[in-house]
Design a protein around this ligand. Structure first.
Ligand SMILES: [Zn+2]
Length: 112
């Protein structure tokens, strides 16, 4: 499960920001290029959070689509996987502009 390393990083970031406060809920945005599966994510978060202030907190996963912008026609294409051609004109001259995100969006604390 490659999700575990990623989830350890997420939980570490949550714990750093929580600074000892008990965490109730948090939301992370993860780009599709990290190839995170929601079920594996949940299990990995549980394992990573065990014994810490984020244990038992609800972790919301938001998967951010892969986005490329065509440098030929300017069209933006969204997809679940990395794509190498523009959906509008077929050009291979595309720039990656989304899908690599790994961001802690918010944290809610117990009793807040
Ligand atoms: Zn194009």
């Amino acid at each position: 499960m490659h999700e575990l390393g990623l989830c350890e990083d997420i939980v570490a970031a949550v714990e750093r920001r929580a600074n000892g406060r008990p965490v109730a809920r948090y939301r992370v945005q993860v780009g599709r290029l990290h190839h995170v599966h929601p079920e594996a994510f949940e299990q990995s978060i549980e394992m990573a959070a065990a014994g810490g202030p984020a244990e038992g907190a609800v972790a919301e996963l938001v998967l951010v689509p892969v986005r490329v912008q065509c440098t030929t026609c300017g069209e933006r294409t969204e997809a679940d996987e990395l794509i190498s051609a523009c959906a509008a004109c077929g050009s291979m001259d595309v720039e990656l502009c989304g899908g690599e995100e790994l961001m802690l969006e918010f944290i809610e604390y117990e009793g807040a």
